[in-house]
Structure formats: structure tokens, C-alpha cells
Design a protein around this ligand. Structure first.
Ligand code: SIN
Ligand code: CO
Length: 366
């Protein structure tokens, strides 16, 4: 963290020794057919490139060439609990920074071309080999003739061949290009950082929804006008004064961030369990099994507030340790919970936010 994070690239050989990945080509093709999954196919033909957006049909994959294309699937952690598990290996970073797990399958020669990302990313090699080339170049001008963001000039300075389990970390805006040497899978763990303009615009919208500014413009005693088209200076003054009363607090910003960063992406829906548990059964389960947050769930907390999937829960005396543990470790187990706490967890279970991982059946899916 001190040397590399958000500063400079870092190659880690055998970060996860021999990492085989958990998706094969058929599983990737199945994901790319779902309409709640964001997917792309990128095909290179010499200096020209084509991009197609999913959802795809099975037959879209039969006519593809044997080389120089790749399929990219975004948000794999939302749809496969093994993806969510993989993200836990990166829990030395705050979940508020975490974006998603993208997986790419590439035919030999496949890749998305030389580019840069605005996110921090860990590129973990699954099966197959990929050659990565990177550059510290400042010139990040893009080609304008293409459907994807590729650098006009890419001057590679370093290169490595990554084998299964090797991982390359790249900070934002670092030019890179990965080309598959054989059929290969790359698992990209991406970390978002809010862009301040977007943050401000979201904050102000959210703030406006909650804003109350009592009073209304008054102009009792105003003199008759001969220039009725003119905007009254008094109206401008009064408005400036009223608007200058708008204040937001540290608490408003914190509450907004919690909601904003824990809000699921628009295509995310939770599946409630087939059978809701009675309070007694729920308590019994919680004594024996771990209650895990579903891979789709985003849970963060501050001193007095828990934010779960865009919802807010206040704890004036401080967030209870059990809920902090659920947020940090994404799983809890417990007996003798106070009834308000048991009711809350049972509610989250009934909403599909969390599930019991039974022995030998760790996952709700996958
Ligand atoms: C890939 O997996 O092909 C692309 C990953 C990246 O360069 O960001
Ligand atoms: Co990239």
C-alpha cells in the first residue's frame, strides 16, 4: 500500500498460486446471454476494431474467428458467489472503493487494445497466458475513429507474460495493453474513486430532495415601475440571501456517501429465499450457520449508521459490533441476540440481502 497503491504498477508472481479461475468459456457465454449482465465482445481486425454489446445469443459465438477477439463480462461478483469470494482477498481495501470483478475470455491474440482506465485495477491471470505491456507515458490522447477508447500512440516500456495466478496491479491512468497468447481468462478487480463533479451533482440532487428553505419573496412597499421588463434588483438580492442560508453539514455528506456508495447498480435485483424463516428457526440457524451477505449486497458503516444497499439504519449509541463484523467480514454467526437485532437480520435474510451458508453448500448459487 505504501509503495504501490494508487501510485505505481506492481507485478506479483503467483499472487494466488496456480489460480485456475472458476469460469470456463461455456459459463462465460451463459453469463453473456443474461439481460441482467453487462457484457461486450471486442474483435480486432488489423488496425480496426469492432465492439458488440450483450446480451448475446448462443449463435453469436459460433461465427467468431479463431483468433483476435475477447468477451468481457462485468459484475461477475453479483452473479456468482465465487466471484464475491475472490473479492474478499482484496479486503485490505475499503469496500467503499470496490467496484466489481470483470472477467474476460480471449481467443489467442484477443484483447481490448492499448488504453488506460480511470480505476485502480488488479489483473489476475486465470488459465492461459497473457502478455501485458505498460507505459508511464503522459500522452493519453485517444484515437477518434474507433468505437472503443484506444490510445493513439502507445509506447510500451515494460512487458511481462502472466501465467495462471500471476497478478498485475495498475493505478489509474496508466497506459496498458494485454494480449492473449493462448485462450486465456483474466480476472480484473476494479476499484472506483468518485469523480468530484459527479459526486457533487449526485450530492446536490440528493440534498435538494431533503432541502427545506422556509419563506417566500416579499416586496411589500415596492414603488411602481416604468420598466416592468427589468428583473428587480431586490428579487436578486433576496434570492442571494435566501440561497446563502443553504448549509450542509459533515453529517449530511457522510450520510449521502453511505447511501450513494451502497446503492446497488440499476440492474441488480435481490431474490428473497424460497421460504421465509420463523423467528425461532432463524435464531436456530444463526446459532449453527454463518449468515453471509449476498455478493450483490453492499454494506458499509460509519460511527452511528449502517448503510445496506442504499438503505440507512441509525444506531445513536454506535453501530453494534455484530453489524460491523457483518460489514467487514461479510458473514456473522451468533446466539442470544437481542430481539431487535435478530429482527433486523431476519429482515435482511427475507429480502435476499443475506443467506445462510450451510455446511457443504457454502453458496446460494455457483
Ligand atoms: C482484459 O481483461 O482483456 C482487459 C482488462 C483491462 O485491460 O482493463
Ligand atoms: Co484496462
Amino acid at each position: 500500500m505504501r509503495r504501490h497503491w494508487h501510485r505505481k504498477p506492481h507485478l506479483v508472481r503467483q499472487a494466488i498460486a496456480g489460480f485456475p479461475g472458476f469460469l470456463d468459456r461455456a459459463a462465460m457465454v451463459r453469463l453473456a446471454q443474461r439481460d441482467d449482465v453487462e457484457s461486450r465482445i471486442v474483435i480486432r481486425n488489423g488496425r480496426s476494431w469492432a465492439v458488440h454489446h450483450g446480451p448475446f445469443r448462443r449463435r453469436d459465438f459460433t461465427g467468431l474467428p479463431s483468433t483476435n477477439w475477447t468477451l468481457l463480462v462485468q459484475g461477475v461478483n453479483l452473479h456468482d458467489e465465487r466471484g464475491a469470494d475472490l473479492l474478499e482477498a482484496f479486503s485490505f481495501l475499503p469496500y467503499a472503493r470496490l467496484d466489481d470483478l470483470m472477467v474476460s475470455y480471449a481467443a489467442p491474440g484477443g484483447g481490448v487494445g492499448p488504453h488506460f482506465d480511470s480505476y485502480d485495477v488488479f489483473l489476475l491471470q486465470g488459465s492461459g497466458r497473457r502478455r501485458w505491456r505498460i507505459s508511464t507515458q503522459d500522452d493519453l490522447t485517444l484515437r477518434e475513429d474507433l468505437p472503443l477508447r484506444l490510445l493513439r500512440k502507445f509506447r510500451a516500456e515494460q512487458e511481462w507474460i502472466l501465467e495462471p495466478g500471476d497478478m498485475l496491479y495498475l493505478p489509474p491512468s496508466h497506459a496498458h495493453e494485454g494480449v492473449a497468447l493462448d485462450e486465456c481468462f483474466t480476472y480484473s478487480v476494479g476499484f472506483r474513486a468518485p469523480a468530484f463533479t459527479e459526486l457533487a451533482s449526485q450530492f446536490l440532487q440528493d440534498f435538494a430532495d431533503r432541502l427545506e428553505l422556509p419563506g417566500r419573496y416579499e416586496d411589500a412597499g415596492a414603488a411602481p415601475v416604468t420598466t416592468p421588463g427589468r428583473l428587480p434588483a431586490r428579487l436578486v438580492e433576496a434570492s442571494c440571501k435566501a440561497l446563502s442560508r443553504i448549509r450542509w453539514t459533515h453529517g449530511d455528506v457522510e450520510a449521502f456517501l453511505g447511501r450513494f456508495l451502497s446503492e446497488p447498480k440499476p440492474q441488480v435485483f435481490f431474490d428473497p429465499p424460497a421460504r421465509a424463516l420463523s423467528e425461532r428457526d432463524f435464531r436456530r440457524h444463526l446459532g449453527r450457520h454463518a449468515l453471509r451477505l449476498h455478493g450483490k449486497s453492499l454494506m458499509i458503516y460509519s460511527a452511528h449508521t449502517v448503510f445496506l444497499n442504499g438503505e440507512t439504519y441509525q444506531f445513536p449509541r454506535g453501530v453494534p459490533p455484530l453489524l460491523r463484523e457483518l460489514a467487514d467480514r461479510r458473514a456473522v454467526q451468533g446466539t442470544d441476540l437481542p430481539s431487535a437485532m435478530a429482527a433486523l437480520l431476519r429482515d435482511w435474510h427475507a429480502s435476499g440481502y443475506a443467506y445462510f451458508s450451510l455446511p457443504g453448500r457454502r453458496h446460494a448459487n455457483g
